[in-house]
Write a protein that binds this ligand. Structure first.
Ligand code: MTE
Ligand code: QUE
Ligand code: MOS
Length: 758
């Protein structure tokens, strides 16, 4: 059996469950390590008038205090556009913004000293909502528009409705918080252990902050204890601060954010408030749509341009809009800058489409699943001009409708709701179509470095980072399959900027697509070199040699892989190779808002049944059936894990996870005590996950499909099922006004509003 396609165990599984896996904070500390803590602004918007840090310098254990004026190089570490000062120098952008760094001989002493600063501010009232930002034209970036045909067709359709959905943000709540350990090198450079999805960006920013050439800074990451997009740009400030102190003081420096600090000072998923207007026929067929996408970006651009773009690319979800106009706004608010989070704006676009489809179904008095199937793509183009085959979507929805017993349960639930005064049940089956590729073209590249040692063991370094998703395992399966050896002969090295340079973030679900392909190239080069050497020796052609189960065999002979490697070494054959991959056939022209930004789409669907207690508003997910398209799975065990985790994280976003700020711009939900992520008791009572294993029609590694982000949007079926349950009170005539998250409070409000409507 080939390693590719097998349910190989995660390469760190044993270390994870025994607590032996090392994260940044588990690294043995070099002698003389200092501990850093940040000082934070206590207003949301205004100016720093004065900062008296004398008390800190007298505090026990304190060695130094650094401010913006201590930075030798660049002071703004905005990843794409400026706007993210490493330390505030004058202007305060959000409550909790770092304004100085304390170094002490002990972590606790550093943290307590940081509270002793006396800071005077000149305060300005903060702008905290999209509505206020809009009224003041307060933006981080200009808007972008995508259009096809004439959306004024909306008025000439049989029916015309409009709606608005307010969508909450989300805290990443990775188990391992942000952490960096910076060690000065002998030549004034930095070696950095960092929990980041983007080692190259950390390397370049640390270099620029210190005024060093990039080759003086090495960033290394073996694994993260979860990232979910929250360590794409958000790891850099702490890496830069630790490095700044290490550079200034010539001592190793560790900076780890305590959880409450981590939650206040790092960006989250963007909240959105989206509006739609839609014209449709009486049978539910959509004719024209206008969608206004409004992202709450927080105080700086960060990755918001690409995130709002992705929301715009996905506001059709799986449905064809003949005439369509989509406007995407990037609003500024005086809060921490929002950032990447699993789906990268896609989920906020998709839920807008799904809310609209439900609203159309209620007007047409149709089962929402029928409205969805009627409007599902079948061969047309999206609003940005990419063709959607749609056959996989139809197959998945039809197959899941049958396997989940949708129609029979629909009738049962309708009956139950008529009979029950306290408990309401709801059902929804929703699809996902998620574009795979970075929409920023140059990021679609990856490199891999493979070494074979003379004992036949293999070491792989690659561009991607491991955050629990199983990338290292999948890449090792690719290398083992090419070389015809067991997976445990292949070891994955930590990801290091001195092994593979100029890398992209491990993001956009493309880690295994891109690094898998680059690893395939590198391993194939090595296989060819060994085969050519043996073929020459045996006077046969290289193609006659099969690499399988640790053995090279040909018609008249065989030898072990180890023997072949040893012999090749003795004959001076190079046993190290690089591989490189760039995604083909992708482009997007921003001026015309047209293109083919995605190599392919990942598809899936979920059918969720919920039960709501009308007295308390509490929801429980009773049953979930998922059918998800993974192409030819590289590893069905890891893929199932991604699907289950993604679904639960998506359902949590839309039901219990609620971020609240007070009118001073202070985050109130700043710990796990006030911010509720799904617990084990929230797991669906019945959960079935089926993989649609059908080769990817795009030329990906082993015809597999990316799986990291798409299943997150399967959680939207839970939100739609809640809305379905509430709608039953009106005999399914009215779509209840419901925003996200659908907390118990929001559900009670929606029920009350519906009961009071005529
Ligand atoms: N799975 C785990 N266990 N932990 C994570 O942090 N991040 C998700 C997803 N699955 C994440 C995860 C996100 S946001 C992305 S983009 C992908 O993994 C990145 O990895 P991949 O490209 O290798 O799938
Ligand atoms: C999906 C993503 C990302 C993306 C585009 C996607 C992403 C990311 C960037 C990005 C954009 C511009 C840059 C940069 C990164 O774009 O994660 O460094 O200059 O970081 O469609 O996940
Ligand atoms: Mo994932 S949001 O692309 O890191």
């Amino acid at each position: 059996m080939k390693p590719i396609g097998s349910p190989v165990t995660h390469d760190s599984a044993l270390l994870h469950v025994t607590g032996k896996a090392r994260y940044v904070v588990d690294a043995p500390l070099p002698e003389g390590t200092l501990f850093a803590a940040i000082g934070q602004a206590t207003i949301a918007r205004g100016r720093l008038v004065s900062m008296d840090l004398s008390a800190l310098l007298k505090a026990p254990g304190v060695v130094a205090v650094l401010t913006a004026s201590d930075i030798p190089g660049i002071t703004d570490i905005g990843p794409v556009y400026p706007g993210d000062p490493l330390l505030a120098a004058d202007e305060v952008l959000f409550h909790g913004q770092p304004i100085f760094l304390v170094l002490a001989t002990d972590e606790k002493l550093a943290r307590s000293a940081a509270l002793l600063a006396k800071v005077e501010y000149e305060e300005t009232p903060p702008i905290l909502t999209i509505d206020e930002a809009r009224s003041k034209a307060y933006r981080v970036r200009p808007p972008h528009v995508m259009q096809r045909g004439d959306p004024s067709n909306i008025s000439s359709a049989d029916h015309k409705i409009s709606g608005e959905i307010s969508i909450g943000g989300q805290e990443h709540l990775y188990l391992e918080g942000q952490a960096s350990l910076a060690t000065p090198t002998e030549e004034g450079g930095i070696h950095l252990l960092c929990s980041t999805q983007h080692p190259t960006e950390v390397q370049t920013l640390v270099s620029e902050v210190l005024g060093l050439p990039f080759h003086e800074v090495v960033v290394e990451v073996r694994r993260m204890g979860g990232a979910f997009g929250g360590k794409e740009t958000q790891a850099a400030p702490w890496a830069c601060l630790a490095s700044l102190a290490a550079h200034k003081l010539n001592k190793p420096v560790k900076l780890r954010l305590p959880r409450v600090t981590d939650m206040t000072v790092t960006g989250k998923r963007h909240p959105f408030v989206n509006q739609y207007q839609v014209g449709f026929r009486s049978d539910g067929c959509i004719e024209a749509v206008q969608i206004d996408i409004n992202g709450d970006c927080g105080c700086s651009p960060d990755l918001s341009d690409a995130i709002v773009d992705r929301a715009m690319f996905h506001c059709d979800n799986a449905y064809y809009y003949p005439s369509v106009k989509v406007c995407g706004e990037r609003w500024r608010t005086d809060k921490v800058s929002n950032t990447a989070f699993r789906g990268f704006g896609g989920p906020q676009g998709v839920i807008t489409a799904e809310a609209m489809l439900d609203d159309i179904a209620r007007v047409c008095q149709q089962d929402p699943l029928d409205t969805r199937l009627l409007n599902l793509y079948s061969g047309q183009q999206t609003h940005y001009g990419q063709t959607v085959d749609g056959s996989t979507l139809h197959q998945i929805m039809t197959q899941l409708r049958a396997s989940s017993d949708y129609d029979r349960r629909r009738q049962k639930i309708a009956k139950h709701n008529l009979a029950s005064s306290r408990y309401l049940k709801g059902l929804a089956l929703t699809p996902v179509k998620f574009g795979i590729s970075f929409t920023v073209k140059h990021l679609n590249q990856a490199g891999v470095l493979v070494h074979i040692y003379t004992d036949g063991s293999v070491l792989v370094s690659q561009a991607g980072t491991e955050m629990g998703q199983g990338l290292y395992t999948k890449v090792s399966q690719v290398v083992a399959s090419v070389l015809g050896i067991e997976v445990d002969r292949v070891k994955m090295s930590s990801t290091r900027t001195d092994k593979v340079p100029n890398t992209s973030p491990t993001a956009a679900s493309s880690g295994s697509d891109m690094n898998g392909m680059a690893a395939f190239e590198a391993a194939s080069t090595l296989k060819r070199r060994i085969a050519e050497f043996i073929a020459h020796r045996e006077s046969i052609s290289p193609e006659e040699i099969a690499f399988n189960a640790g053995t090279l065999s040909w018609s008249k002979g065989s030898m072990t892989f180890i023997e072949a490697v040893k012999a090749a070494y003795m004959d001076r054959v190079q046993l190290s190779a690089t591989g490189f991959y760039k995604t083909p056939n992708i482009w997007y022209d921003r001026a015309s808002a047209q293109g083919n930004p995605f190599l392919y789409y990942a598809n899936g669907a979920a059918c969720s049944e919920v039960i709501i207690d009308r007295l308390t508003g509490a929801t429980h997910i009773e049953r979930v059936d998922i059918l998800h398209d993974v192409g030819n799975s590289l590893n069905p065990a890891l893929d199932r894990g991604q699907i289950e985790g993604g679904f639960v994280q998506g359902a949590g976003w839309l039901t219990s996870e609620e971020l609240k700020w007070d009118d001073k711009g202070r985050l109130l939900t700043n710990s796990a005590a006030t911010y509720k992520i799904p617990a084990i008791s929230d797991r669906p009572t019945h959960l079935t996950i089926d993989l649609l294993e059908k080769p990817n029609s795009a030329p990906t590694i082993a015809r597999s499909k990316a799986v990291g982000e798409p299943p997150f949007m399967l959680g939207i079926s839970v939100w739609c099922a809640i809305r379905d349950a509430i709608s039953s009170i009106s005999g399914y005539r009215i779509s209840p006004a419901l925003n996200a998250p659908a907390t118990p409070e929001a559900i009670i409000n929606a029920i009350t509003t519906l009961e009071e409507s005529p």
